[in-house]
Design a protein around this ligand. Structure first.
Ligand SMILES: [Zn+2]
Length: 163
């Protein structure tokens, strides 16, 4: 139970599950679960740090909780990534559109539109090591989807525990 008089930051486990908003409404198929897996494409990790949610390119992505944007940019296997922090958790939305609609240090509210699902193929990223049949990709990805990572105190945890 949350003590509303408490001014210190609450760890995430004191939030109710209903405090979190599903990032891509209408899309609920998990194509890759959190944890150990066989890497689906070259450069993808055999430990999956988050979940993959099948979603069509251009779909809206909403903030799962309230917090502050701390990063937008191309980041390794995650491709175009938006990262936010909220108390002791950080949330990364990966393989998003490079047309960012939020900025670093921007405060966002739960359920706020923060981006769009990106394309599989992405041109114009300098030194992008990820490609498929010679075409540069939006990180290590086999198709448009949202990869969602949640870290608690720096440690990746299963995002499905939040919904
Ligand atoms: Zn993934």
């Amino acid at each position: 139970m949350i003590d509303t008089n408490q001014e210190t930051k609450l760890p995430y486990y004191q939030f109710s599950k209903t405090d979190f908003f599903w990032p891509v409404p209408g899309f609920h198929t998990i194509t890759s679960q959190f944890g150990k897996r066989r890497a689906p494409t070259s450069g993808a990790s055999s430990f999956h740090s988050g979940i993959d949610i099948a979603a069509t390119e251009g779909s809206n992505i909403y903030s799962i909780t309230s917090g502050k944007i701390i990063f937008t940019g191309f980041k390794g296997a995650g491709g175009c990534t938006i990262t936010m922090e909220s108390n002791n958790i950080t949330i990364s939305y990966c393989h998003v559109s490079p047309n960012y609609i939020v900025d670093t240090n921007q405060i966002v509210r739960v359920g706020e539109l923060i981006g769009n699902v990106g394309p599989r193929f992405l041109y114009g990223i300098p030194n992008n090591p990820y490609s498929y049949q010679g075409k540069p990709t939006n990180g290590a990805t086999t198709g448009a989807h949202l990869h969602l990572t949640i870290k608690k105190d720096g440690q990746a945890v299963n995002p499905l525990d939040f919904f």
